[in-house]
Design a protein around this ligand. Structure first.
Ligand SMILES: [Zn+2]
Length: 123
């Protein structure tokens, strides 16, 4: 679903104009710039993403009809329209295929700590 159509759906639910909701729906789908297929949704289409959206756009939005709408409702609408439910970020991450390079930084971090400890040892 295109962000514009999500915004139209918001207007049908809560009134106002497409422009009232467009920036929020654009924000959810901005991650498409990083990966063009549906996997982009792993970045913001989850409960954590909805709360991040609320931090960015505020707790409520006053639409052009003067009606106050919780921003979280708009995020929930977007994610449910795309996925049929609101997954957690864990739902996305547990389906990530682990790769050796994902652990490498952690090992290097341990080596750094080990070498720092070694330097602190009296010789
Ligand atoms: Zn979306």
């Amino acid at each position: 679903m295109h962000p514009y159509h999500h915004a139209l759906s918001s207007v049908q639910r809560w009134g106002g104009a497409v422009e009232d909701y467009q920036p929020i729906h654009d924000w959810f789908d901005e991650s498409k710039a990083f990966i063009a297929d549906f996997r982009h949704r792993a970045l913001r289409h989850h409960a954590e993403g909805i709360f991040l959206c609320e931090k960015i756009f505020g707790t409520t939005l006053t639409n052009s009809d003067g009606k106050i709408i919780p921003v979280r409702w708009i995020g929930e609408q977007h994610v449910k329209e795309d996925l049929g439910r609101i997954p957690s970020v864990q739902d996305w991450l547990k389906n990530l295929m682990p790769q050796p390079w994902m652990q490498r930084a952690g090992r290097l971090g341990c080596e750094t700590v080990d070498s720092e400890i070694a330097q602190e040892q009296p010789s």
